[in-house]
Design a protein around this ligand. Structure first.
Ligand code: HEM
Length: 493
């Protein structure tokens, strides 16, 4: 504690990197890798008195962590990749299928990023837009059909299949329609959709148990092991099919671009092995659908909780698309209100609730408290430095009335450095454009046609607005944060 000049914060037995005890218990664990981080928002910083607080623990080894909710310091850390690299420990869980861009550092990261970056092109974004529009029309025409009212028992029940279908086609060139893919194809025990969903929702099992134990464990562990094997087979099949195809048509899905780029590296010796390819393919799948699906689910719940905000959003869509037509990709930049709804959702529910880094050198941070006093904090080499996204996104110094859903704050000049859902600097999210494109298309098309409301649940009739909001937005953390139960109703306009 002295090494950071006794900066206030947590003094616990375990650090928040100790995955076996992810709960908050005073003196035992700060529990910051769980939903507690979301619910506490900026409160721990308020209590500590500064926008940087410390965590000091004794087990598994004596460590110091600095948590950041100060945008100036966050910007410095995110922007300096070699001074503040990522600690690799927390990323082991993402190595399930092989080395990849997210779980790499140093020269290995540079090599991976160079290979992967070109796949996230303008052409890919266009494909994402067109395919998302296709998926939404398929939903309206062939699944919801002429029903005026459609009820879903949880918001994710609608948003997970949408983003899975988008990543499937724009990520892997594999179109799935709403009514197919119900039976596993020959050679597989599960459908692609089910295998992917099971694996990404239960990745923690991979970290906690060795493979042999998973095969003999609880029914969930066994299903997880089967899903993992099946997913691996699907990925290998995709790689082989693309490689063996006689005619390589020009395609702009991420996977085709990645394979083509990799083949082009044969001579330079930088080519990735099939395991290296699979690691990245897996990351596209996990990063590529879960975070977007969950953000869209939160957006729909918030729009249902705040009907006045939903009406403003609807009126803005009507203004841009006066004749009720479907917008094209070229109109994307005019849909500013849809982007504001998406951003405000990410401010309140950032899928990545911590962004971990580690100091590679002895340095210091300077921060200012509410009274305008300055404090310089020494940062010894090896200190864990964690961007605390909910603390930053709810910091009352930068966000007025931070608890309230107000999309139009993003239509004005907003504090950009206090908004970091996609991380930032060189290690910022490479899929940001992908995710923005699909999400804006989904929100715009859906709200243009349907009003979203909370399902009527008589057993909760006596609740206050705040109680209802807390219940519907109750969350859990898998790889990213998700709402546990929010039944919604879609009524045709
Ligand atoms: C709402 C949607 C999304 C959010 C909030 C999000 C957030 C993030 C964050 C916070 C990071 C930094 C992680 C860290 O430092 O530990 C990241 C990195 C990354 N994201 Fe996303 N992401 C989203 C969608 C996507 C999509 C759609 C893809 C791909 C299809 C994707 C692919 C990646 C990759 C490959 C990285 C690693 C980049 C690197 O380390 O160089 N993400 N994302």
């Amino acid at each position: 504690a002295q090494s950071v000049n006794n900066l206030p914060g947590f003094r616990t037995l375990f650090s928040d990197r100790f995955v076996w005890f992810p709960y908050r218990v005073k003196g035992i664990s700060p529990g910051l890798q769980s939903e507690v981080n979301l619910y506490r928002k900026h409160k721990d910083f308020e209590e500590a008195g500064w926008d940087i607080m410390s965590g000091v623990n004794v087990f598994p080894s004596s460590e110091v962590t600095l948590y950041l909710a100060d945008p100036v310091v966050v910007k410095e850390v995110a922007g300096a990749r070699s001074r503040f690299p990522k600690p690799m420990g927390p990323y082991k869980i993402l190595l399930a299928f092989g080395p990849n861009l997210v779980a790499s550092e140093g020269d290995e990261w540079k090599r991976q990023r160079k290979l992967v970056a070109p796949a996230f092109s303008e052409r890919n974004n266009r494909l994402v837009w067109d395919e998302t529009v296709h998926i939404m029309h398929d939903l309206f025409d062939n699944v919801w059909g002429n029903r005026d009212v459609v009820e879903v028992s949880n918001a994710t029940e609608l948003t997970v299949p949408i983003t899975l279908m988008v990543i499937s086609v724009a990520g892997f060139g594999r179109r799935i329609s709403w009514n197919e893919d119900a039976i596993a194809p020959a050679g597989h025990q599960m459908t692609f959709k089910n295998a992917l969903d099971l694996v990404s929702h239960n990745l923690f099992l991979q970290l906690l148990f060795p493979k042999w134990m998973l095969r003999w464990g609880t029914p969930l562990m066994r299903r997880f092991a089967v899903a993992q094997d099946d997913l691996q087979r699907y990925m290998q099949e995709m790689i082989t099919a693309r490689r063996d195809a006689d005619i390589k048509e020009e395609r702009h899905d991420l996977f085709s671009s990645l394979l083509d780029a990799n083949e082009g590296l044969a001579e330079s010796g930088e080519k990735l092995s099939d395991t290296g390819l699979m690691g990245n393919v897996f990351i596209f799948m996990v990063a590529g659908y879960e975070s977007s699906a969950h953000t869209l689910a939160y957006a729909l719940i918030l729009l249902a909780l705040y009907p006045t905000e939903q009406e403003k959003f609807y009126q803005s869509i009507k203004k841009v698309l006066a004749d009720g037509r479907t917008p094209t990709y070229d109109e994307f930049s005019t849909l500013t209100y849809s982007m504001a709804v998406f951003n405000e959702t990410l401010r309140l529910f950032p899928p990545a609730i911590t962004i971990p880094k580690q100091s590679a050198e002895d340095t210091s941070f300077t921060t200012t408290n509410a009274a305008g006093e300055k404090r310089t904090i020494p940062v010894p080499k090896g200190t864990f430095v964690t961007v605390h996204t909910p603390g930053l996104h709810n910091n009352p110094k930068y966000w007025e009335d931070p608890d309230t859903f107000k999309p139009d704050r993003f239509l004005r000049d907003y504090p950009r450095d206090a908004f970091l859902p996609f991380s930032g600097g060189p290690r910022g999210c490479i899929g940001r454009g992908f995710s923005e494109t699909e999400s804006i298309a989904v929100l715009t098309l859906l709200i243009a046609r349907y009003r979203v409301e909370l399902a009527h649940e008589p057993q909760f009739a006596a609740e206050s607005f705040e109680q209802r909001k807390a219940r519907l937005l109750r969350s859990k953390l898998s790889v990213t944060l998700y709402p546990t139960r929010a039944p919604l109703v879609f009524k045709r306009r």
